[in-house]
Design a protein around this ligand. Structure first.
Ligand code: NAG
Ligand code: NAG
Ligand code: NAG
Ligand code: NAG
Ligand code: NAG
Ligand code: NAG
Ligand code: NAG
Ligand code: NAG
Length: 491
């Protein structure tokens, strides 16, 4: 080609690159930042990590000021959360909502430069396991918060939504096209959808193929992932090759049938855990999340909604203080472990890097562990109550069938429990005094994929220094029932 043609061509290339950049920045992936951890990383460290990894949006489950302050002028877009236990007070009077908005929204937007775009009212409030507890309060809370946002003059930039679990939908045939809102809450859902639509807010839905598989052992495993076409679903000519697309489009159908076919949809949570169940491991999590990200980055969308999707990965960091009532996997959803280390490689489609970037300058406690002493006997009557106590007060969710530490010896199991308790208690000497059973060691007891962790410094510790005075020693013997012991240790 001639010189001028070449110039024109390279200009075109530059323009196209610029356009591509715009497209990726519009479609920047979001991530959920859950904070139920015994030892949170410093918020500034996490914000740095979010930026290093090219995340553009972050979703919270509350509006904690230490995290919001760290996001000041970060350029990240924020979704705040309102926990379910606040719904009834916000529903009962609009002043409560106005206070919430004044304290947790207006101050950050106006004087602290935090780019808040959404407020999530409640979190999956209509889950069947809640037995209808939040049915009467969710919509009034949504209405009051919306009114408060309007009154604060922020309704153009801040949209108010409700993250709902995909279980608000049902389909008698499992086909997306037969989907509608769950019959017991259909009228309520229609009121909510109308309200969201009137205020230009998106419908936020959390979709969990892992839970589908966890709840139903006969669920076709391959259909959970994005890279397989072994068990496609033919919905009257539309072919679905994965659960996410099918669930998402079931929502599109439900909206369409009720007159809201154009409503925008945000996927509030999507992810896969790495431990705590036989289907939860780094390999499957990598396969799922990479499959999702590849489809997401290409702007592929779903059969009924081709184009860029709006989504938040679940989740950023493991949370060792989360309730395990739904299952042991609950503490293992992070792309990163508790200390901000990537658990597997993942290409998020950002131009800067090909894999996940670890948190910087993480401060760990000393390299030492609490383990069962060599002289202790497995037959010692103190073993059962000690392990039971340690597991009830720390984190043993990696032990157990199919998990990362399922192949330990009996001594290994006991050591794992002791160490978890010791590390969560900031390596206090008194937290490794299981009666004549435990000893502190410098030798890493980790075996293969089963990591015996070293805790990070807690924030209060790095501020005031560790003198051990905050610690509680262990109170051995028959403190807790041996139920947990039986669950964990009986063959
Ligand atoms: C906010 O987060 C910090 C750090 O995790 C925690 O210490 C504090 O209790 C939280 N505040 C509220 C109101 O939850
Ligand atoms: C938000 O505001 C309310 C006051 O209405 C307050 O009780 C609450 O602790 C604040 N912070 C969070 C994290 O919700
Ligand atoms: C819901 O009801 C079941 C059965 O009655 C009960 O076991 C469970 O604790 C209840 N859950 C809540 C959140 O109230
Ligand atoms: C919700 O309201 C209905 C009708 O007023 C009432 O029967 C029901 O007990 C309420 N449910 C809760 C959980 O408060
Ligand atoms: C929905 O969006 C499509 C495409 O943007 C448009 O043609 C159609 O008129 C819209 N329908 C409604 C009901 O807004
Ligand atoms: C260690 O604990 C795991 C999980 O609780 C159990 O499956 C396993 O049998 C235990 N190993 C030994 C040798 O006791
Ligand atoms: C545990 O051992 C079994 C049988 O040898 C093996 O199949 C499994 O992969 C091992 N699990 C881990 C987490 O190493
Ligand atoms: C520890 O062992 C010593 C001697 O081996 C014994 O005297 C003592 O009672 C034991 N302590 C406990 C708490 O079991």
């Amino acid at each position: 080609m001639g010189f001028f043609k070449f110039i024109a061509f390279s200009r075109l290339c530059v323009a196209l690159l610029f356009l591509a950049e715009l497209v990726t920045s519009v479609g920047g992936i979001g991530v959920n930042w859950g904070t139920q951890t015994t030892h949170p990383l410093p918020p500034a460290t996490v914000v740095r990590m979010l930026k290093d990894n090219g995340f553009q949006k972050v979703k919270f489950f509350d509006a904690n000021s230490s995290y919001l302050s760290a996001l000041s002028k970060s350029g990240l877009q924020v979704m705040l959360g309102i926990p379910n236990d606040m719904l009834s007070s916000l529903a009962s009077n609009v002043e409560a909502a106005e206070n919430w908005v004044a304290q947790n929204l207006s101050t950050y937007v106006s004087s602290n430069g935090v780019d808040i775009r959404y407020i999530a009212v409640g979190n999956e409030p209509f889950l069947s396991t809640y037995n209808g507890t939040y049915l009467n309060t969710t919509l009034p809370a949504l209405q009051n918060v919306q009114a408060a946002v309007v009154k604060a003059g922020l309704s153009t930039q801040v949209k108010v939504t409700i993250p709902l679990n995909a279980d608000v939908l049902e389909s008698s045939t499992n086909l997306p096209s037969d989907g509608d809102f769950r019959s017991d809450i259909r009228d309520l859902m229609l009121e909510i959808v109308k309200f969201l639509s009137d205020n230009g807010a998106p419908f936020t839905i959390n979709i969990y193929p892992f839970i589908s598989l966890y709840n139903d052992p006969s669920f076709p495993v391959e259909f959970a992932f994005f890279d397989s076409s072994s068990s496609p679903l033919n919905d009257k000519g539309t072919i679905y090759t994965n659960v996410l697309d099918a669930n998402h489009d079931m929502l599109v159908w439900a909206l369409q049938k009720n007159g809201y076919g154009n409503m925008s949809i945000t996927v509030g949570e999507i992810g896969w855990p790495t431990d705590g169940d036989k289907n939860a491991n780094a390999k499957s999590a990598q396969r799922f999340n990479q499959g999702f990200m590849t489809q997401y980055s290409a702007g592929k969308g779903t059969p009924l909604r081709p184009g860029q999707m709006d989504a938040y990965l679940f989740s950023l960091i493991d949370e060792d203080a989360k309730s395990i009532q739904p299952g042991n996997f609950e503490r293992h959803w992070g792309l990163f472990s508790f200390d901000g280390q990537p658990k597997y490689q993942l290409n998020l489609g950002s131009t800067s890097s090909n894999g996940l970037v670890a948190a910087r300058d993480v401060k760990y406690l000393a390299k030492k562990w609490c383990v069962m002493s060599q002289s202790a006997s497995l037959q010692d009557s103190q073993v059962a109550p000690s392990v039971s106590y340690a597991c009830a007060n720390a984190d043993c969710t990696s032990l157990g069938y199919g998990n990362s530490c399922s192949n330990l010896t009996a001594q290994g199991n006991i050591s794992y429990a002791f160490n978890s308790y010791y590390q969560q208690h900031d390596q206090l000497d008194t937290a490794c005094q299981f009666p004549n059973l435990s000893v502190i060691t410098d030798n890493d007891p980790s075996v293969g994929d089963c990591k015996f962790i070293i805790m990070i410094q807690s924030q209060s510790m790095s501020l005031v220094g560790s003198d051990g005075s905050r610690g509680r020693g262990i109170v051995p013997a028959i403190l807790v029932s041996s139920l947990l012991y039986m669950i964990l240790w009986m063959p």
